[in-house]
Design a protein around this ligand. Structure first.
Ligand code: ADP
Length: 441
């Protein structure tokens, strides 16, 4: 695979090149690959430069899940071209474990565009699709996706505002999005292992099938599937399939994969998530005696209107405390308080105000010497990463399922590295804000 448009890699070639359709999903995939032994870098968007570090896998994080289909395809193809230029041996298109999509896409159209773009690579006439992730209660049986004990269309996903999933039969769902014929590799085949899976793929190919949903009801199924995917130029899945792939490249789980530079510097938590788990984590940190400052969005709005620099006030509060240990700055609040704020400021305006304030605070804290930063909240994380102008992160050890420590460079840290973890709202145990720092030490 090669591309004339992009400079080739200057460091060792990578095994897996991954394209994720959203930001936290990218980290979830990266985390699984690291746990299976790969050294992984996550890039925010399609990089403009070759990778400047060795990695077995790179996950390019896009925000393409709900974009108009043509834009999702264009971004995915740009990611493919960059990954090819870095020497990626296999391409992994990662989507949500609840198969978030509509009849228009984007899973099917992006997959087919990638297959078309890879057409000259032998074997690219066929690929698999499975969102199975048993560790996270996502299983596929007879082509039907279960979320915990219920079918996808009874899981609450049928009411999703952007991608309502009203059919659990993934063969049907994917077929509605594809020109190519969609088939099934069912659990009985998967249970027999690599040879049977390969034979079934041969059979499907002979029938003119281009994509197949794969059943998997346990991690063992995913580990049996892995060897059968060796050499397949493109595969598409949630993050679960990742656990069976590193072995194909001779890689075994090891703690060196998640090794990050030694942690130094001051410690802080910035929390803009109002999810139940995060609210519990805020309370646990305060109850453990940690210094915490609550931000009131209505007051911030008033300060902004009066030209008062509220961020500077927060940083002045934090500066002397940081020398004694981690500090917490949070806007996290319960539903009643959030509704009240939204009623006064408007939903979007309140969200944007809090995000840009917390992002400025995160940047300010790094300028003050914070080198270990916990950010709680998906959107909040996006805003903080943007304010810190971070374009790449190396993925480190897991703190809690789906949440690893990462290491990045930002000029706000004046040439030093920054350890950061980006926690999705509902992830993590109640003591996450203290446990995270202990994990790094
Ligand atoms: P999660 O991962 O829990 O969904 P996000 O950071 O993605 O967290 O979303 C939380 C949203 O709520 C952000 O837009 C944030 O700015 C906003 N927000 C945070 N605190 C408050 C608050 N006290 N009142 C209103 N909105 C808030």
């Amino acid at each position: 695979m090669s591309s004339a448009a992009i400079e080739p890699a200057s460091v060792g070639a990578m095994f897996l090149g991954c394209i994720a359709d959203d930001f936290t999903g990218a980290t979830d995939l990266a985390n699984n690959l690291v746990r299976a032994g790969m050294r992984v870098v996550q890039a925010m968007g399609v990089p403009t430069q070759p990778l400047d570090t060795d990695a077995d896998a790179v996950v390019v994080a896009l925000k393409s899940r709900t974009l108009p289909v043509n834009e999702a395809i264009a971004q995915s193809l740009a990611a493919l071209r960059w990954l090819q230029a870095q020497g990626a041996q296999q391409i992994y298109f990662k989507y949500c474990s609840t198969f978030d999509s509509t009849a228009q896409g984007n899973i099917g159209p992006v997959t087919e565009a990638l297959m078309d773009a890879l057409a000259e690579v032998p074997g690219s006439d066929f690929t698999i699709a499975t969102p199975a992730f048993p560790d996270n209660q996502r299983t596929v049986f007879k082509g039907h996706l279960f979320v915990g004990d219920v079918l996808l269309n009874e899981s609450g996903m049928q009411n999703h505002p952007l991608t309502p999933m009203s059919d659990a039969n993934l063969v049907r769902v994917l077929q509605a999005q594809c020109r190519r014929k969609v088939g099934l590799i069912d659990y009985q085949v998967v249970a027999q292992g690599e040879a049977a899976i390969r034979a079934r793929i041969g059979q499907l190919r002979a029938q003119g099938v281009g994509l197949a949903i794969v059943d998997a009801i346990s991690n063992d199924d995913l580990l049996r599937l892995g060897p059968a995917l060796k050499g397949m130029p493109l595969l598409t899945a949630g993050s679960g399939v990742a656990i069976g792939l590193p072995a194909n490249f001779g890689i075994a789980p090891s703690s060196t994969a998640s090794a990050l530079p030694a942690a130094t510097g001051l410690q802080a938590v910035v929390s803009g998530s109002c999810s139940l788990a995060t609210n519990r984590q805020v309370q646990a940190f305060i109850q453990a005696g940690g210094p915490a400052l609550r931000l009131d969005p209505v007051q911030i709005a008033a300060q902004e209107a009066a030209g008062v620099d509220g961020v500077a006030e927060v940083l002045a509060w934090a500066e002397p405390l940081l020398r004694q240990g981690p500090v917490l700055v949070y806007s996290s609040a319960d539903t009643t308080a959030v509704k009240s704020v939204q009623g006064q400021l408007g939903v979007d305006a309140a969200g944007a105000l809090v995000e840009r304030t917390l992002a400025a605070i995160a940047r300010g804290l790094v300028t003050l010497g914070v080198r270990q930063l916990v950010v709680a909240g998906g959107e909040t994380s996006g805003a903080c990463v943007q304010a810190l102008a971070i374009t790449q992160m190396k993925i480190g050890p897991q703190i809690d399922p789906g949440v690893p420590w990462c290491h990045a460079h930002t000029e706000a840290a004046s040439g030093e590295g920054l350890h950061l973890t980006l926690k999705s709202g509902n992830f993590g145990s109640d003591d996450f804000f203290t446990k995270a720092f202990a994990r790094l030490a």
